[in-house]
Design a protein around this ligand. Structure first.
Ligand SMILES: [Zn+2]
Length: 316
């Protein structure tokens, strides 16, 4: 393999350039380094060519500029990516792969970062192509640590492809007794969970959509009272459609099946089915589960990995 890095990694060397910044100096001469044998990484023992700078003697190899630089087990990345969106918990992934829980945690953080990079590129590409004309938006409810510490996950999708365009995590005031809103004294074990990040986070998600919406695009949401105000503020000129999913019981469904009566169509089907998939794919989002979110940051990282999975980004 030819060395893709045409720079010396030693900052004191004349051939050094910052590979992540915009180049200001001309690239160093093509023959500023020589080949100096191979090294064998511990994880796969495949030889990687090592090069040596002729000016300062610094040794370097091609992996230096790849996202997996400094990783001891890059072979685990793809497996952890697949398992994390297949209902496996951190503990279970570490058992299945025979690695430490901290390794899994660290890799999930890294994979989330990679997912963000891929997503930024994909959104820029979509904006360049002219954007989309129909977007659906809804919020998925979950919690951190205990059910009454409620969180909301606002998600916007492109209906045509089913791809996720934007998502975030916000705290919302608890609607449960243990959440303590207006309840004096607080029940034992309760938390005064009256935080409300939604008025800043949800308009933030709408604002992220602005570059990828065609002029006169449509956004469909449910009838939440604040949406019209927030959409008007963040997305001026965008048509807002309020739709309601039919309330259907399993008994009503069975009756319709028996009588042959058609079921009502769900105008928000695309996003509802995506949320149903999320509750299946991410153990922590399940309706009846022993798995809980321990921190908002971890939930956010996990959601980013899931976004990469749904949108088909080649994260590794
Ligand atoms: Zn050098």
């Amino acid at each position: 393999m030819r060395n893709p890095r045409a720079y010396c990694p030693n900052p004191d060397c004349e051939h050094w350039r910052d590979p992540y910044a915009k180049p200001t100096l001309p690239p160093p001469p093509i023959d500023f380094y020589r080949k100096d044998g191979y090294r064998r990484p511990k994880h796969n023992h495949q030889p990687v060519p090592v090069y040596e700078c002729k000016s300062c003697g610094k040794k370097f190899s091609a992996t230096l500029v790849k996202p997996i630089r400094n990783q001891k087990r890059p072979d685990l990345n793809r497996k952890i990516f697949a398992l994390a969106v297949s209902g496996a918990t951190v503990r279970r992934i570490s058992i299945l792969l025979g690695c430490d829980r901290d390794t899994v945690m660290r890799k999930i953080e890294y994979l989330a970062g990679e997912a963000k990079k891929h997503h930024a590129k994909a959104m820029a590409k979509l904006a360049k192509e002219g954007g989309t004309s129909y977007v659906m938006f809804d919020e998925l409810e979950t919690f951190v640590h205990a059910r009454h510490k409620q969180l909301s996950v606002p998600v916007a999708i492109r209906v045509k492809t089913g791809h996720i365009l934007a998502l975030c995590v916000a705290r919302m005031p608890s609607s449960m007794k243990l959440g303590g809103a207006g309840i004096q004294p607080l029940p034992p074990g309760g938390t005064n969970w009256t935080y409300n990040d939604r008025p800043t986070v949800v308009p933030g998600v709408f604002a992220q959509l602005a570059p990828v919406l065609k002029p006169g695009a449509t956004i469909a949401t449910d009838g939440e009272a604040s949406y019209p105000k927030w959409i008007k503020q963040a997305l001026p000129g965008v048509r807002h459609v309020v739709a309601h999913s039919p309330k259907e019981t399993s008994l009503g469904r069975a009756r319709k099946r028996a009588t042959g009566e058609p079921r009502e169509t769900d105008p928000l089907f695309a996003i509802n089915v995506l949320f149903a998939k999320a509750r299946n794919d991410l153990a922590r989002l399940g309706r009846k589960t022993w798995t809980t979110t321990k921190s908002r940051k971890a939930l956010e990282n996990h959601l980013w990995i899931w976004l990469a999975w749904v949108n088909g980004y080649p994260v590794k």
